[in-house]
Design a protein. Structure first.
Length: 248
């Protein structure tokens, strides 16, 4: 059992066990990080809604998910889509329209989710933004970097892959604020003859799969030790049964 081949086998199993144990502890750290993040999001969501103008002039950037209220007029001609967004497992896009406030500030508003059929022009619901002044209640977020501008060759509107506000400014030609709003409610509401766009639901604040993943890695590591121990025990029995070579 101490031959070179078996020593390599022992070292390999030991390395795999160490790796799996570390992966288990890594998942436990991920769980703690998620719980801390959930606490921050929960605190932000429970805050009283603030006027978007107050948040924009704040010396510190408000946390994502902070409730806000914004009033102004939609610039519907500058609407665009954010691609590859799902709602209840159905693929689709976000429909986004800039909102011009009374002081001329332009805030990007994600009005909600639309199915891929509408984005491709197959479904013909009229989703133009309401004319005149509207009041939007929602949650603010910072810009998401790394965005890129797509085309509208297969969609009714130009697509971005994420809400990167620098790319939004490039696409629309507008000077937009540093925060964007995920709409929850709007007054007056969207046209009565359609349920679209669907407001994007708030993020789930559960623990996710990290605890179960950690248990799996710990189980795998323990299982590897047990199974390898059984293999070594069986090999020892085989060696005892093998006849010893005769010595002359």
């Amino acid at each position: 059992m101490l031959s070179f081949r078996w020593i390599l086998s022992h070292l390999f199993v030991l390395a795999m066990v160490v790796v799996m144990i570390n992966l288990g502890f890594w998942q436990m750290r991920r769980l703690e990080e998620r719980r801390d993040q959930n606490s921050e999001i929960r605190a932000a969501l429970e805050a009283e809604p603030q006027e978007i103008g107050t948040l924009l002039v704040s010396p510190t950037t408000p946390p994502d998910h902070t409730p806000t209220v914004a009033s102004g007029s939609y610039l519907d001609e500058h609407s665009f889509l954010v691609a590859n967004r799902t709602y209840e497992t159905e693929p689709g896009n976000w429909l986004v329209t800039p909102l011009e406030l009374a002081d001329g500030t332009v805030v990007v508003v994600s009005r909600g989710w639309v199915p891929r059929l509408w984005a491709a022009g197959v479904q013909s619901d009229d989703l133009s933004a309401p004319a005149g002044e509207v009041t939007v209640t929602g949650r603010v977020f910072g810009s998401v970097g790394g965005g890129s501008i797509g085309t509208n060759e297969i969609a009714v509107l130009t697509e971005l892959n994420r809400l990167d506000l620098d790319r939004v400014a490039e696409l629309t030609g507008l000077e937009v604020a540093d925060l964007w709003v995920q709409l929850e409610q709007q007054h007056p509401p969207q046209h009565a003859n359609t349920s679209l766009p669907v407001p994007v639901p708030r993020v789930g604040l559960d623990d996710g799969p990290h605890l179960s993943y950690a248990f799996q890695w710990f189980f795998f590591s323990a299982g590897a030790v047990v199974v390898y121990g059984l293999i070594l025990r069986r090999r020892q029995r085989e060696l005892r049964r093998e006849p010893r070579p005769e010595t002359r």
